[in-house]
Write a protein that binds this ligand. Sequence first.
Ligand SMILES: [Zn+2]
Length: 56
Amino acid sequence: MAKAATTSTATGYCMKCKTQRQMRGAKPITMKNGRPATEGTCPECGTRMFKIGASK
Ligand SMILES: [Zn+2]
């Protein structure tokens, strides 16, 4: 059974593709300064993506 709740639709900017993409495996992280951020990987090239702000 698919768990819809675990499917994140967070988007981020891929530096390699030079475009916005949906992050794969997006997960909320906390930066050193305590701010929320979202980290994931590009579904096209596998490059690590990063976005400031909590995932929605
Ligand atoms: Zn990419």
